[in-house]
Ligand binder design. Structure first.
Ligand SMILES: C[S@@+](CC[C@H](N)C(=O)[O-])C[C@H]1O[C@@H](n2cnc3c(N)ncnc32)[C@H](O)[C@@H]1O
Length: 195
């Protein structure tokens, strides 16, 4: 495991924390297909793998994808961008966006793609760190400088932004002060845009 994965996992407990949020939040079934967009080295996906039929990480970084393939044999890895997923319309039961939206240039485009590949009645789970308090404001400022923009990070801001994009989101849980999980359910029968 690379140093970065070890730090995330052992010091912050990120993979255990995030995969716990996913398993508690989504009705995962053993015939389900899960797409982990921006899934990095697959640490979250690997923990979900025993509960579902298949998990595939779509990750733009080739080095992260290579590392993930070497470590998590049961997880599928595809190099790709969340703005244009190499996945059939309406073919996936759950899409995960774990700590991804604040890294992408065009979060609305990534959400639209997630909705396209989702089967009717499927769910998108967004997990983001909430930037509350003085530490949160500092982190928000640092990210806006480093990443050049910050996707809405408070729960009301996030829900409002999702609503403007036509998604119905609800906050599922908050782990300590860091994690906000939002479940987006596409209404049954709503047509997906073909591609
Ligand atoms: C903080 S990491 C989170 C990784 C993983 N989801 C996790 O929780 O361990 C953010 C990830 O978003 C990915 N990312 C950045 N831009 C992206 C895009 N346009 N489409 C998909 N993923 C993207 C990065 O390569 C990186 O792996």
């Amino acid at each position: 495991m690379a140093a970065w994965d070890v730090a995330l996992d052992r010091l912050w407990g990120h993979y255990a924390l995030s995969s716990g949020v996913v398993t508690r939040s989504l009705p995962l079934g053993d015939s389900d297909l899960v797409l982990d967009v921006g899934g990095g080295t697959g640490g979250v996906s690997a923990r979900l793998r025993p509960s579902v039929r298949a998990v595939t990480v779509v990750e733009p970084s080739e080095p992260l994808t290579r590392r993930g393939r070497g470590v998590h044999r049961g997880v599928g890895f595809v190099v790709g961008d969340g703005r244009s997923l190499p996945v059939r319309t309406g073919s996936v039961d759950h899409v995960l966006l774990v700590e991804v939206l604040h890294h992408v240039d065009d979060a609305p485009a990534v959400l639209a793609e997630a909705a396209r590949v989702l089967r009717p009645g499927g769910s998108i789970l967004i997990e983001e760190s909430e930037f509350g308090g003085a530490f949160g404001r500092l982190r928000r400022w640092a990210e806006s400088v480093l990443l050049g923009g910050v996707w809405p990070r408070s729960r009301p801001e996030l829900l409002e932004a999702l609503g403007r994009l036509g998604f119905r989101g609800r906050v599922l849980e908050q782990e300590g002060f860091v994690v906000v999980a939002v479940l987006l359910e596409r209404p049954l029968g709503e047509p997906a845009t073909e591609r």
